[in-house]
Design a protein around this ligand. Structure first.
Ligand SMILES: NC(=O)c1ccc[n+]([C@@H]2O[C@H](COP(=O)([O-])OP(=O)(O)OC[C@H]3O[C@@H](n4cnc5c(N)ncnc54)[C@H](OP(=O)(O)O)[C@@H]3O)[C@@H](O)[C@H]2O)c1
Length: 307
């Protein structure tokens, strides 16, 4: 277990690197450590455990004023060793924003792009998927998911065909409510899928009961949405200091990192996708994918901090 002394030495070392190499920006830690990766069970491909959500944060005008900070978020993501971006046609201009940024500086090659279909009926689904390819400015989408289990069977048929054609690499389904977990399980029992995406956090732990163990057992990759419950979890610790043990034992230097480490401690989780429009938050979130993860006792202490 890391000691306080080792932690302080490490911090001093990072500070020195930042001073010597300012171009490393806000993520000097990656010069020393590499971001954790986990296998996608259906292929064995490794995926970095920290990704980026885009709901609301990326629904902005496609002008330099708005794209500038989001470009920095994306650069921070890839320079930190991550690649996954999750978007959707229902997130306003987010897909087009991701597509515009991915088209710059060969960025697309460094990204694992995930989007969704949220249509009813075959033709509507085909139209929406075609629009996603156009908005994302790509010929291949890494992961396509049926959004919120809308018209699941019809849309999955479309996604399977795209996978056969090599236009989509992986397919899955998503939801964001505890009340939909049973429905997700029914679909996962019936359909062979590469990925499933659902809500799980220190504040919403229902997935621990059945979904997460089921996915681990069946070999389904898991993406976690709403890791901060849309930032509501920060309110629960607003007046508290991050405890020393979180820094010393886990190397967590922010509440965000502690919340993300709590999620990543579950071995069924493949990656987590916190949304942000702030490059500093992106760098902060990436650090959760470095160093130690909490054991059962430490997880219980984290739960108590947010009770
Ligand atoms: N049904 C579905 O498929 C579904 C449903 C829900 C979510 N999702 C996906 O999951 C993603 C994440 O969920 P979410 O967007 O609902 O909520 P979230 O990731 O739990 O929370 C996002 C909020 O946290 C803040 N934040 C991010 N990093 C932070 C940090 N290090 N310190 C302090 N604040 C931080 C952001 O602030 P700023 O805005 O200031 O950056 C933003 O307001 C979505 O964007 C979407 O891609 C999918």
């Amino acid at each position: 277990m890391p000691t306080r002394r080792r932690f302080l030495q490490h911090s001093a070392c990072l500070a020195a690197i930042t001073a010597l190499a300012p171009w490393l920006g806000s993520s000097p830690a990656f010069a020393l450590n590499s971001l954790m990766q986990r296998k996608i069970p259906s292929s064995g491909e490794l995926l970095p455990v920290i990704g980026l959500g885009t709901s609301r944060t990326h629904d902005v005008a496609l002008d330099e004023e708005h794209l500038g900070p989001l470009r920095e978020v994306l650069r921070t993501l890839v320079n930190g060793g991550a690649s996954l971006i999750d978007t959707a046609p229902s997130y306003g201009r987010a897909e087009a924003v991701c597509g515009a940024l991915a088209a710059e500086d060969m960025m697309r090659k460094r990204l694992f792009l995930a989007s969704k279909v949220s249509s009813s009926g075959r033709e509507a689904g085909q139209r929406q998927i075609a629009a996603s390819f156009a908005a994302l400015q790509t010929e291949r989408i890494d992961l396509m998911q049926v959004h919120n289990l809308q018209d699941t069977e019809t849309q999955l048929r479309l996604l399977r065909k795209l996978k056969e054609q090599g236009k989509v690499r992986y397919i899955g389904v998503t939801h964001y409510l505890d009340s939909a977990h049973e429905h997700l399980l029914q679909v996962l029992r019936r359909e062979p899928l590469d990925f499933v995406q659902f809500n799980y956090s220190v504040g919403e732990r229902n997935a621990e009961r059945e979904l997460l163990p089921f996915c681990a057992d069946k070999g389904i990759a898991v993406l976690i949405n709403r890791p901060f419950q849309r930032a509501a979890l920060f309110d629960k610790v607003r007046d508290k200091d991050l405890p020393d043990w979180a820094m010393i034992e886990l190397g967590a230097s922010s509440w965000a990192q502690l919340m993300l480490k709590f999620i990543l401690a579950n071995p069924a989780v493949t990656a987590v996708i916190p949304a942000t429009s702030n490059p500093r938050y992106m760098a902060d979130n990436l650090k959760a994918g470095l160093g130690e993860l909490p054991d059962a006792r430490q997880r219980q202490r984290i739960v108590e901090l947010f009770a």
